[in-house]
Design a protein around this ligand. Structure first.
Ligand code: SAM
Length: 312
Protein backbone atom coordinates (compact mmCIF):
# COMPACT_ATOMS: atom_id res chain seq x y z
CA UNK A 1 0.00 0.00 0.00
CA UNK A 2 1.16 3.47 -0.87
CA UNK A 3 2.66 5.58 1.92
CA UNK A 4 1.71 9.21 1.52
CA UNK A 5 3.50 12.06 3.25
CA UNK A 6 0.25 13.77 4.07
CA UNK A 7 -0.33 16.51 6.60
CA UNK A 8 -1.18 14.89 9.96
CA UNK A 9 -4.89 14.82 10.62
CA UNK A 10 -5.53 16.96 13.67
CA UNK A 11 -8.45 18.84 15.10
CA UNK A 12 -6.93 22.03 13.71
CA UNK A 13 -6.99 20.74 10.13
CA UNK A 14 -9.09 22.72 7.72
CA UNK A 15 -10.94 19.66 6.53
CA UNK A 16 -11.90 18.97 10.07
CA UNK A 17 -13.29 22.47 10.35
CA UNK A 18 -15.31 21.76 7.24
CA UNK A 19 -16.62 18.59 8.80
CA UNK A 20 -17.62 20.51 11.90
CA UNK A 21 -19.24 23.11 9.65
CA UNK A 22 -21.26 20.36 7.99
CA UNK A 23 -22.39 18.96 11.30
CA UNK A 24 -23.20 22.40 12.68
CA UNK A 25 -25.46 23.11 9.74
CA UNK A 26 -27.63 20.18 10.63
CA UNK A 27 -30.30 20.27 13.32
CA UNK A 28 -28.59 18.25 16.08
CA UNK A 29 -31.84 17.26 17.77
CA UNK A 30 -33.19 15.99 14.47
CA UNK A 31 -29.99 14.06 13.84
CA UNK A 32 -29.96 12.45 17.28
CA UNK A 33 -33.42 11.07 16.65
CA UNK A 34 -32.84 10.04 13.05
CA UNK A 35 -32.54 6.46 11.88
CA UNK A 36 -29.99 5.41 9.27
CA UNK A 37 -31.88 6.55 6.23
CA UNK A 38 -32.87 9.86 7.74
CA UNK A 39 -29.33 10.55 8.97
CA UNK A 40 -27.78 10.08 5.55
CA UNK A 41 -30.58 12.02 3.88
CA UNK A 42 -30.10 14.97 6.23
CA UNK A 43 -26.33 15.12 5.69
CA UNK A 44 -26.52 14.52 1.95
CA UNK A 45 -29.08 17.25 1.58
CA UNK A 46 -26.72 19.63 3.33
CA UNK A 47 -23.78 18.64 1.12
CA UNK A 48 -25.90 18.93 -2.01
CA UNK A 49 -26.59 22.55 -1.16
CA UNK A 50 -22.96 23.47 -0.95
CA UNK A 51 -20.49 21.82 -3.30
CA UNK A 52 -17.56 23.76 -1.85
CA UNK A 53 -18.34 22.42 1.59
CA UNK A 54 -18.44 18.96 0.11
CA UNK A 55 -14.94 19.29 -1.33
CA UNK A 56 -13.72 20.91 1.88
CA UNK A 57 -15.03 17.89 3.80
CA UNK A 58 -13.61 15.58 1.20
CA UNK A 59 -10.10 16.97 1.69
CA UNK A 60 -10.08 15.65 5.25
CA UNK A 61 -10.38 12.04 4.16
CA UNK A 62 -8.83 12.31 0.73
CA UNK A 63 -5.49 10.63 1.39
CA UNK A 64 -7.17 7.84 3.32
CA UNK A 65 -9.53 7.33 0.37
CA UNK A 66 -6.56 7.32 -1.93
CA UNK A 67 -5.10 4.39 -0.02
CA UNK A 68 -8.40 2.57 0.29
CA UNK A 69 -9.32 2.17 -3.35
CA UNK A 70 -7.56 1.24 -6.57
CA UNK A 71 -7.01 4.94 -7.14
CA UNK A 72 -3.24 4.45 -6.97
CA UNK A 73 -3.24 2.53 -10.24
CA UNK A 74 -5.10 5.32 -12.02
CA UNK A 75 -2.79 8.01 -10.62
CA UNK A 76 0.30 5.93 -11.48
CA UNK A 77 -0.85 5.56 -15.08
CA UNK A 78 -1.42 9.27 -15.44
CA UNK A 79 1.99 10.08 -13.97
CA UNK A 80 3.61 7.52 -16.29
CA UNK A 81 1.89 9.11 -19.30
CA UNK A 82 2.99 12.56 -18.17
CA UNK A 83 6.60 11.45 -17.77
CA UNK A 84 6.58 9.84 -21.21
CA UNK A 85 5.37 13.11 -22.74
CA UNK A 86 7.94 15.10 -20.76
CA UNK A 87 10.71 12.84 -22.11
CA UNK A 88 9.47 13.34 -25.68
CA UNK A 89 9.53 17.10 -25.22
CA UNK A 90 13.05 17.03 -23.78
CA UNK A 91 14.41 14.69 -26.45
CA UNK A 92 12.95 16.82 -29.23
CA UNK A 93 14.71 19.87 -27.77
CA UNK A 94 11.49 21.85 -27.17
CA UNK A 95 12.29 22.40 -23.49
CA UNK A 96 14.62 21.23 -20.74
CA UNK A 97 13.54 19.06 -17.82
CA UNK A 98 13.44 22.22 -15.70
CA UNK A 99 11.53 24.43 -18.10
CA UNK A 100 8.62 22.21 -19.20
CA UNK A 101 5.50 24.13 -18.35
CA UNK A 102 2.71 22.04 -16.84
CA UNK A 103 -0.87 22.74 -15.75
CA UNK A 104 -2.83 20.47 -13.41
CA UNK A 105 -6.51 21.41 -13.35
CA UNK A 106 -8.65 20.30 -10.42
CA UNK A 107 -5.50 19.21 -8.62
CA UNK A 108 -7.17 18.25 -5.35
CA UNK A 109 -4.66 17.98 -2.52
CA UNK A 110 -1.69 17.31 -4.80
CA UNK A 111 -1.87 13.64 -5.73
CA UNK A 112 -0.28 14.07 -9.17
CA UNK A 113 2.45 16.30 -7.76
CA UNK A 114 3.07 13.56 -5.18
CA UNK A 115 3.36 10.95 -7.93
CA UNK A 116 5.77 13.04 -10.01
CA UNK A 117 7.82 14.06 -6.99
CA UNK A 118 8.19 10.39 -5.99
CA UNK A 119 9.47 9.69 -9.49
CA UNK A 120 12.05 12.50 -9.12
CA UNK A 121 10.40 14.77 -11.67
CA UNK A 122 11.00 18.49 -10.97
CA UNK A 123 7.64 19.98 -10.02
CA UNK A 124 8.50 23.67 -9.67
CA UNK A 125 7.14 24.54 -13.14
CA UNK A 126 3.72 23.14 -12.38
CA UNK A 127 0.75 25.43 -11.93
CA UNK A 128 -2.10 23.58 -10.26
CA UNK A 129 -5.60 24.89 -9.61
CA UNK A 130 -8.63 23.75 -7.68
CA UNK A 131 -11.86 25.37 -6.55
CA UNK A 132 -11.44 24.17 -2.96
CA UNK A 133 -9.29 26.34 -0.64
CA UNK A 134 -8.95 23.33 1.68
CA UNK A 135 -7.57 21.11 -1.09
CA UNK A 136 -5.17 23.86 -2.17
CA UNK A 137 -3.98 24.59 1.39
CA UNK A 138 -3.23 20.92 1.92
CA UNK A 139 -1.40 20.60 -1.42
CA UNK A 140 0.62 23.78 -0.91
CA UNK A 141 1.73 22.67 2.55
CA UNK A 142 3.09 19.46 1.02
CA UNK A 143 4.71 21.00 -2.07
CA UNK A 144 5.58 24.68 -1.55
CA UNK A 145 7.51 24.74 -4.85
CA UNK A 146 4.32 24.19 -6.89
CA UNK A 147 2.30 27.23 -7.94
CA UNK A 148 -1.03 26.29 -6.36
CA UNK A 149 -4.05 28.54 -6.91
CA UNK A 150 -7.63 28.46 -5.74
CA UNK A 151 -9.57 28.83 -8.97
CA UNK A 152 -12.98 27.90 -10.37
CA UNK A 153 -12.48 26.14 -13.71
CA UNK A 154 -15.91 27.31 -14.83
CA UNK A 155 -14.48 30.79 -15.32
CA UNK A 156 -11.55 32.02 -17.44
CA UNK A 157 -8.06 31.00 -16.40
CA UNK A 158 -6.16 33.68 -14.45
CA UNK A 159 -4.20 36.04 -16.75
CA UNK A 160 -0.80 34.74 -15.63
CA UNK A 161 -1.55 31.62 -17.70
CA UNK A 162 -0.61 33.00 -21.09
CA UNK A 163 -1.95 31.73 -24.39
CA UNK A 164 0.24 29.13 -26.11
CA UNK A 165 2.54 28.82 -23.12
CA UNK A 166 1.89 25.36 -21.67
CA UNK A 167 3.47 22.07 -22.79
CA UNK A 168 1.30 19.60 -20.83
CA UNK A 169 -2.10 19.90 -19.12
CA UNK A 170 -3.67 17.24 -16.90
CA UNK A 171 -7.28 17.06 -15.72
CA UNK A 172 -7.67 14.10 -13.40
CA UNK A 173 -11.23 13.16 -12.42
CA UNK A 174 -12.41 16.74 -12.40
CA UNK A 175 -13.84 17.51 -15.86
CA UNK A 176 -17.03 15.69 -14.84
CA UNK A 177 -17.67 18.23 -12.07
CA UNK A 178 -17.44 21.32 -14.27
CA UNK A 179 -20.52 22.97 -15.77
CA UNK A 180 -19.44 22.64 -19.39
CA UNK A 181 -16.42 20.43 -20.12
CA UNK A 182 -16.31 21.83 -23.67
CA UNK A 183 -15.64 25.33 -22.32
CA UNK A 184 -12.92 23.98 -20.08
CA UNK A 185 -11.18 22.21 -22.97
CA UNK A 186 -11.40 25.38 -25.09
CA UNK A 187 -9.54 27.22 -22.34
CA UNK A 188 -6.96 24.43 -22.20
CA UNK A 189 -6.63 24.66 -26.00
CA UNK A 190 -5.82 28.35 -25.68
CA UNK A 191 -3.26 27.82 -22.94
CA UNK A 192 -1.40 24.96 -24.66
CA UNK A 193 1.38 25.42 -27.17
CA UNK A 194 0.79 24.02 -30.66
CA UNK A 195 1.21 20.25 -30.41
CA UNK A 196 0.82 20.45 -26.62
CA UNK A 197 -0.59 17.44 -24.78
CA UNK A 198 -3.72 17.09 -22.66
CA UNK A 199 -4.05 14.06 -20.39
CA UNK A 200 -7.45 13.44 -18.79
CA UNK A 201 -9.21 10.84 -16.72
CA UNK A 202 -13.00 10.65 -16.69
CA UNK A 203 -15.69 8.19 -15.61
CA UNK A 204 -17.21 6.02 -18.32
CA UNK A 205 -20.58 5.71 -16.63
CA UNK A 206 -22.44 7.50 -13.91
CA UNK A 207 -19.71 7.99 -11.37
CA UNK A 208 -22.03 7.29 -8.47
CA UNK A 209 -22.57 3.76 -9.71
CA UNK A 210 -18.90 3.31 -10.52
CA UNK A 211 -17.73 4.34 -7.10
CA UNK A 212 -20.45 2.36 -5.41
CA UNK A 213 -19.24 -0.76 -7.23
CA UNK A 214 -15.68 -0.10 -6.17
CA UNK A 215 -16.69 0.58 -2.56
CA UNK A 216 -18.74 -2.60 -2.38
CA UNK A 217 -15.86 -4.58 -3.78
CA UNK A 218 -13.36 -3.05 -1.35
CA UNK A 219 -15.64 -3.47 1.69
CA UNK A 220 -16.28 -7.08 0.77
CA UNK A 221 -12.60 -7.75 0.31
CA UNK A 222 -11.91 -6.43 3.83
CA UNK A 223 -14.81 -8.27 5.42
CA UNK A 224 -16.42 -5.00 6.52
CA UNK A 225 -20.17 -5.25 7.18
CA UNK A 226 -22.60 -3.78 4.70
CA UNK A 227 -22.21 -0.08 4.13
CA UNK A 228 -25.75 0.72 5.23
CA UNK A 229 -25.00 -0.54 8.72
CA UNK A 230 -21.69 1.30 8.63
CA UNK A 231 -23.22 4.63 7.79
CA UNK A 232 -25.78 4.35 10.50
CA UNK A 233 -23.23 3.53 13.18
CA UNK A 234 -20.62 5.87 11.80
CA UNK A 235 -22.76 8.94 11.38
CA UNK A 236 -23.90 8.70 14.96
CA UNK A 237 -20.41 8.03 16.29
CA UNK A 238 -19.14 10.97 14.33
CA UNK A 239 -21.33 13.31 16.24
CA UNK A 240 -20.78 11.78 19.66
CA UNK A 241 -17.09 11.00 19.40
CA UNK A 242 -15.36 14.06 18.07
CA UNK A 243 -12.23 13.87 20.22
CA UNK A 244 -10.59 10.85 18.60
CA UNK A 245 -8.94 12.02 15.37
CA UNK A 246 -7.75 8.61 14.20
CA UNK A 247 -11.11 6.97 14.66
CA UNK A 248 -12.82 9.99 13.22
CA UNK A 249 -10.67 9.78 10.11
CA UNK A 250 -11.84 6.23 9.47
CA UNK A 251 -15.43 7.13 10.17
CA UNK A 252 -15.19 10.10 7.94
CA UNK A 253 -13.94 8.10 4.98
CA UNK A 254 -16.83 5.69 5.26
CA UNK A 255 -19.34 8.42 5.77
CA UNK A 256 -18.21 10.42 2.77
CA UNK A 257 -18.08 7.38 0.53
CA UNK A 258 -21.66 6.75 1.36
CA UNK A 259 -22.80 10.33 1.40
CA UNK A 260 -21.19 11.51 -1.77
CA UNK A 261 -21.56 8.57 -4.01
CA UNK A 262 -24.12 6.05 -2.85
CA UNK A 263 -26.71 8.72 -2.42
CA UNK A 264 -25.51 10.65 -5.45
CA UNK A 265 -24.82 13.78 -3.44
CA UNK A 266 -23.18 15.59 -6.33
CA UNK A 267 -24.00 15.68 -9.98
CA UNK A 268 -21.31 13.98 -12.01
CA UNK A 269 -21.16 13.81 -15.79
CA UNK A 270 -19.97 10.70 -17.49
CA UNK A 271 -18.37 10.26 -20.86
CA UNK A 272 -19.11 7.51 -23.33
CA UNK A 273 -16.48 6.86 -25.98
CA UNK A 274 -18.35 8.95 -28.59
CA UNK A 275 -18.77 11.83 -26.12
CA UNK A 276 -15.02 11.97 -25.58
CA UNK A 277 -14.27 11.79 -29.32
CA UNK A 278 -16.67 14.68 -29.97
CA UNK A 279 -15.48 16.71 -27.02
CA UNK A 280 -11.83 16.53 -28.02
CA UNK A 281 -12.56 16.94 -31.73
CA UNK A 282 -14.60 20.12 -31.21
CA UNK A 283 -11.98 21.66 -28.98
CA UNK A 284 -9.02 21.21 -31.34
CA UNK A 285 -7.55 17.97 -29.98
CA UNK A 286 -6.76 14.63 -31.53
CA UNK A 287 -6.91 11.62 -29.23
CA UNK A 288 -3.65 9.68 -29.51
CA UNK A 289 -4.44 6.90 -27.05
CA UNK A 290 -6.87 5.81 -24.38
CA UNK A 291 -6.66 3.23 -21.60
CA UNK A 292 -8.99 1.93 -18.92
CA UNK A 293 -8.35 2.19 -15.21
CA UNK A 294 -10.00 2.19 -11.77
CA UNK A 295 -11.68 -1.20 -12.02
CA UNK A 296 -12.26 -0.52 -15.73
CA UNK A 297 -14.69 2.28 -14.88
CA UNK A 298 -12.54 5.25 -15.87
CA UNK A 299 -10.89 6.14 -19.15
CA UNK A 300 -7.53 7.88 -19.39
CA UNK A 301 -7.09 9.87 -22.58
CA UNK A 302 -3.98 11.39 -24.10
CA UNK A 303 -4.74 14.01 -26.74
CA UNK A 304 -2.66 16.42 -28.80
CA UNK A 305 -3.62 19.98 -29.67
CA UNK A 306 -3.83 20.00 -33.47
CA UNK A 307 -5.65 23.30 -34.01
CA UNK A 308 -6.14 26.56 -32.19
CA UNK A 309 -9.82 27.21 -31.68
CA UNK A 310 -10.72 30.88 -31.62
CA UNK A 311 -13.75 31.74 -29.53
CA UNK A 312 -15.95 34.76 -30.08
C1 SAM B 1 -12.28 13.68 -7.55
S1 SAM B 1 -11.38 15.09 -7.10
C2 SAM B 1 -9.89 14.87 -8.06
C3 SAM B 1 -8.71 15.59 -7.46
C4 SAM B 1 -7.35 15.24 -8.07
N1 SAM B 1 -7.28 15.59 -9.48
C5 SAM B 1 -7.03 13.78 -7.87
O1 SAM B 1 -7.02 13.06 -8.84
O2 SAM B 1 -6.79 13.38 -6.74
C6 SAM B 1 -12.19 16.40 -7.94
C7 SAM B 1 -11.57 17.76 -7.66
O3 SAM B 1 -12.23 18.72 -8.50
C8 SAM B 1 -12.31 19.93 -7.80
N2 SAM B 1 -13.35 20.75 -8.46
C9 SAM B 1 -14.66 20.51 -8.56
N3 SAM B 1 -15.27 21.49 -9.26
C10 SAM B 1 -14.28 22.35 -9.63
C11 SAM B 1 -14.28 23.59 -10.36
N4 SAM B 1 -15.39 24.12 -10.86
N5 SAM B 1 -13.10 24.24 -10.52
C12 SAM B 1 -11.95 23.72 -10.01
N6 SAM B 1 -11.90 22.56 -9.32
C13 SAM B 1 -13.05 21.88 -9.12
C14 SAM B 1 -12.66 19.50 -6.38
O4 SAM B 1 -12.39 20.50 -5.43
C15 SAM B 1 -11.78 18.26 -6.23
O5 SAM B 1 -10.53 18.58 -5.67
Amino acid sequence: MLEKDSVPLTLENMGNKALRALLEKVDQKLLAEADFKETTDILVLELQKDERLLWACYEYGYDALFNLFSYTDLQERIATNTIRVRNEIIHSGQASEDSISQLNLGCGNGTQEYMLHQKLVPIHNITAMDISPEMIASAQAKYPEVNYKVHDLNINFPPFIQNHSVHIATIVNTMEFTNTPIQLLLKVNRALKDGGILITSTPKQESAKVVLNIIRYELQRRGIPSEEENVHVLANKLIKNLENPEEKRKLFVNLLCNLCFVKEGIKVKHFLEDDLQNLFHHTGFKIECTESSYAGEYVITKARKIATIHQN
